[in-house]
Structure formats: C-alpha cells, structure tokens
Design a protein around this ligand. Structure first.
Ligand code: ADP
Length: 400
C-alpha cells in the first residue's frame, strides 16, 4: 500500500510517500516557512535526486497543492496519478483521553481533535490544518490520525494523576498524557523482535533523546509511565525545554519579577534546557564541541542532561522491577556513543554494562551495545515515526 504521511507543524509540513510493502519511502520532503515570503520546499527521491524550490507558500492547502504537483512531476516526482495514493496518515499530537489507538478520520474525529487543541495549542491546530487541506485535495482517499499520545493511553492512574485537587482531573482533564508515542511504540516493537522477547512478558525502558526528549517505562508492550506530562514540557532536559522543575518557581518568578504567563511559557519552552543552561546552543553537538574546549557552561548543560536521564532510568527500573532492555533513539540517542556511555556509567548495580566497542560502532544502526553478560540489554534503534504512521494507517484502512 502507498501511504502519504503528513506531519504538519505551525509553519511547516513534513511529508513522505511510503510503500508499506518495502517499508521504504518513495519520496520525502518538507515545506518550510509557510505563510512567509521566503517559503522553501525541499524533497528527495529514494531512487536518487534532491531538489528545492523557493517560492511564497500562502497556507497549508497551498503547500499540499504544490507538494502534489511535485509528486506528479515526470522527472522530479514519484507517481503518475494521485490515484496511486491509497491512504493518508496524519501525525496528530494530542488525542486526549479519547483516542487510545489510531483512527479513521471523520467529522466527529476531527471535532474531537479540535477540542483537544486546548491541551496542545501549538500542535493540534496545525495538525487540523493539514488534515483539512488533505481531505479537500484527496476527498476519496481514507485519512487516518495517528496520535503521539495513544501509546501512553493505558498508563495506570497512579502514573498519570498529579496530586492536585481531584476535580482538576475529573473536570478539566489535567493529567499526564505523554508524547513521542509513535517513536516509543516503534522502538518497543523493534526491540521485542530483535531480542526475541515474549511481548506479554517484557519490560523495556525506551529513551527518545532528540531536540525534544522523553523516556518511557514499557511493560508487556504498553507504556506504564512516561516523562512528558500534560504537555511536552515535563521530564528530561531538552534542547530548549526545562523538563522537571518545582512548580513554585513559576509563582516565585511571577510574584518577584512580574513575569507574565506568556513570557514564562516562552522561557520554559524556548529558552531553557541545553540552551538556557549553556547560553550557547540547543544542539548537543555544539554543546559537546564547546565542552571539549573547556567551556564550563557547556559542561554544566551536559551534566544536567545526563544526570536527568540516569535518574529516570533508575526510577523506571523501580517501576518495572528491573528491565529486559534499555533502548536509545532519536538524534542524540542514535548518534552519540559518548552520551550513551555516560548515561549508562555506574549502573552496574542494576546489571547494565556497555560494550565500549559495540557502542562506538552503533551510531545510526540497530545494534545491541551491552556486553554479552549484561543482565539488562542496551540497544540503539533508529526511530522511524513516518514508517510507523504508514503501518498504523495501513492497518486501520485494511480493517475498517
Ligand atoms: P527532533 O526530531 O526532536 O527535532 P532529532 O531527533 O532530529 O530531533 O534530534 C535532533 C538533535 O540531535 C539535535 O538537536 C542534536 O542536538 C542531536 N544530534 C544529532 N546528531 C548528534 C551527534 N552526533 N551527537 C550529539 N547530538 C546529536
């Protein structure tokens, strides 16, 4: 089946046409700076060739219009008719408590996604714009929503409830939802397959360490706890997000310095994390480069990042009563042996031992990086959220 995968952001659309049989993309690309004068479309073909066009793109519908023209282009495209697209899979960030799995999109589903915009004001409206544009341009093609939150939807209440007045949950649905679910689910399934585990008797800790970062305790194939919360701000130290902190800091900053909610939102989401601590960059590669040169602030950012991941691994080992495996993925987790080694250092007590050589050779590949006698296996598994969205979409469409 050929599935067109759309990941729609506020000013960008990432797209891939995926052949679910070969599990490969046919064409993939991104439309950036939608709504601005210098919009840019970049794409590449699996068979070779990378291209770019700079032109003003008015809105998401216009962007998809241009993308479909590109798909159909005789030289730089990938298909001869839009009829070749069997289904469209949309990444949707927030599915609230309602969507425990991927779902065929109809009017009711679209309305629910709109309702959940209150919980993801930056993401869901952008996802909706992408869905509406795709439905208009491909009215007869089934469209499926794959939610970032679904994988975490079966967490026990002891893990998802905050210890606030209960009405905050029962009336306003304030609880832990968790994100990056498509990625955590994909690496869970890959790890189970690679290690030959029985999914119904398995315990994993999955670490998605990218610009956004989260960690999940997975029992018998289900997320039982995860570091991100009501929003993707909670948990690990991220590129520009603070992760965990004392909520009283917010009150202190408002009362003492007069910060407004929108200012704090920007500080916590865009100016904190690696960037805030280092004052240098949100990119771990820059942090490590500066650290090599002896930059103390870069070292601080690195240390806090590593320590937080380690602390969560410890917590989830307790939650799961040990683990079969720990899996690293995403930009940092897939590509940096040094970071994986530092996170796993001094965890021998828990039966975690890294094989230095295997670890160094693992970057970007599916590899077991623990020693043969390590009780807990440690793996690198490159994530592939688009492929997972395509496979979920195929499954929903075939079983409708
Ligand atoms: P996202 O999808 O959340 O934007 P990615 O998963 O693509 O992020 O990860 C991006 C991050 O990965 C970059 O910000 C960078 O810090 C980090 N990264 C990529 N390659 C390396 C590397 N070799 N060493 C350390 N960090 C890396």
């Amino acid at each position: 089946m050929k599935v067109f995968v759309i990941n729609s952001g506020s000013s960008s659309i990432k797209f891939q046409l995926i052949d679910t049989q070969t599990r490969n993309y046919i064409i993939k690309g991104i439309v950036e700076r939608i709504g601005e004068h210098d919009s840019l479309i970049r794409w590449s073909l699996k068979e070779g060739g990378s291209y770019r066009i700079e032109q003003k793109i008015e809105n998401h519908k216009h962007a998809l219009d241009e993308v479909f023209k590109i798909l159909l282009d005789k030289e730089k495209g990938a298909i001869s008719s839009l009829d070749e697209i069997d289904a469209v899979g949309h990444r949707v960030v927030h599915g609230g408590e309602k969507f425990k799995s991927s779902v065929l999109i109809d009017k009711d589903v679209l309305n629910s996604i709109k309702e959940y915009s209150i919980l993801a004001p930056l993401h869901n409206p952008a996802n909706i714009t992408g869905i509406e544009a795709a439905m208009e341009l491909l009215p007869n093609v089934p469209q499926v929503a794959v939610f970032d939150t679904s994988f975490h939807a079966n967490m026990p209440r002891r893990a998802y409830l905050y210890a606030l007045p209960y009405e905050f949950y029962s009336e306003k649905k304030i609880r832990r939802y968790g994100f990056h679910g498509t990625s955590h689910k994909y690496i869970t399934e890959r790890a189970i397959e690679l290690l030959g585990l029985d999914i119904n008797n398995s315990k994993l800790i999955t670490c998605h360490l990218g610009n956004g970062a989260s960690i999940t305790a997975v029992k018998n194939g289900y997320s039982v706890d995860t570091s991100m919360g009501l929003t993707p701000l909670e948990g690990l130290v991220m590129g520009t997000r603070s992760g965990d902190m004392d909520p009283a800091i917010t009150l202190f900053l408002m009362e003492t310095y007069g910060y407004k909610p929108e200012e704090l939102d920007k500080i916590y989401n865009k100016k904190s994390g690696l960037l805030g601590l280092s004052g240098i960059s949100n990119d771990m590669r820059d942090i490590m480069e500066e650290m090599e040169k002896g930059n103390e602030r870069a070292k601080i950012a690195y240390e806090v990042f590593i320590y937080r991941v380690k602390k969560y691994i410890g917590a989830y080992l307790a939650v799961l009563n040990g683990a079969d495996a720990i899996i690293f993925t995403a930009g940092i987790g897939e590509n940096n042996a040094h970071i994986r080694e530092d996170i796993c250092r001094n965890l021998e007590f828990f039966g975690i031992k890294i094989d230095k050589e295997k670890n160094e050779q693992a970057n970007g590949k599916e590899v077991i990086i623990s020693t043969d006698d390590s009780k807990v296996k440690v793996l690198v598994i490159p994530t592939n959220e688009e492929l997972k969205i395509a496979l979920e979409t195929e499954n929903i469409v075939e079983n409708r």
